[in-house]
Design a protein around this ligand. Sequence first.
Ligand code: XMP
Length: 319
Amino acid sequence: EWSMEAYRQAKIRDIQDQVGSGKVICGLSGGVDSAVAAVLIHEAIGEQLTCVFVDHGLMRQGEADQVVSLFRNHYNIPLVHVEAETLFLSGLAGVADPEAKRKFIGKTFIDVFEDEARKIGGADFLAQGTLYPDVIESVSFTGGPSVTIKSHHNVGGLPERMNMKLVEPLRELFKDEVRELGRELGLPDAFVGRHPFPGPGLAIRIPGEVSKERCDILRKADAIYLEEIRNAGLYDAIWQAFAVLLPVRTVGVMGDARTYDSVCALRAVTSVDGMTADVYPFSADFLSRTATRIVNEVQGINRVTYDYTSKPPGTIEWE
Ligand code: XMP
C-alpha cells in the first residue's frame, strides 16, 4: 500500500545506497523543490550534505531571509549563503533580451556555485530538485520536434565539469506530491504551499533592462498583490500570481499633481503543471482594491492592468 511516509523511507534508503560515504552538494533556489530535496537528503546522509544558497538579489520580498532561517533555525542544516546581488545586477546592466538575461543568470549562477563547491573541497554528487514534469518537458515540448520556448535555467553542464553524479530524489513526483512530501518532512505549510518561482527571478518580470531600483519597486507591488490574495483566502486556489513591472511610463494624477510613472501588470493563473494555464477570474472589487493600494503605496507606479491571456497562446511569465 502506497503512502508518503513509505515513499520517504524508501527514498532515504535509495539516497544512502547511491551516495555511500560520498559528499553531496545541493543548490537551493529559494523554492519548494530544492528545499524538499535538501531536507530529504539531509535526513538520509546528514553531514555529508552541504547546501549552497546563491542569493542573486532577484527574489521576492523577504524570501531570501525565509530560506536562510528555515535551514539554519528550523532544521539546523548548515547552509552557505552567498550574497551575490551586486554581481548579478552589475552583469545585467544593459541586458534587455529575455534569453540573454536567462543565459547570463544561469552562467553566473554556475560560476558562483562552482566557486563555493571548490571552497568546500568539491563533492561527489550534485543534488537537484528535478520533478517529473521537468523530466518530460526537457525531452520534448508538444510531442513534435523539440522547440525551446524559453531556456529554463538549472545547473546544466556543471556535473560534467566538476565530475559529479546527480542525486534527484524527486524525479518521479508531480508538484502536489512534492508538497505532500514536504509536509511529511515537517516543512512549514506556508513554505510548502508557495507558488512556483522561476530561477531567473524578478529579472524576467521586468521586461527590458533590470536595475536595483526597478527590482525594489516590483518587490513592493508584488508583496501588496500577494498580501491581498492571501487576505482574500485565494492563495491556494491559484497556481502562480505575480506582478510585472513594464518599461512603459504613462501619465496620471495624484492629488493635484501630474505623475509620469511606470505601469504594473498583474498576472494570476490556475494550472496543474505549468504547461497550460487559465487566467484566474478575480472579482472587479478585488482588482480595484489591489490596484488602488499599489498606486497609493508604491512610488514609481501610477497605473495597474490585469493580464487576461491564457497559456497558450500566452506563456505564464512575460519573458
Ligand atoms: P512559462 O512562462 O514558460 O512558464 O509559461 C512555465 C513555468 O515555468 C516557470 N519558468 C521558469 N522557471 N527558469 C525556471 O526555473 C526559467 O527560466 C523559467 N521561465 C519560466 C514559470 O514561472 C512557470 O511556473
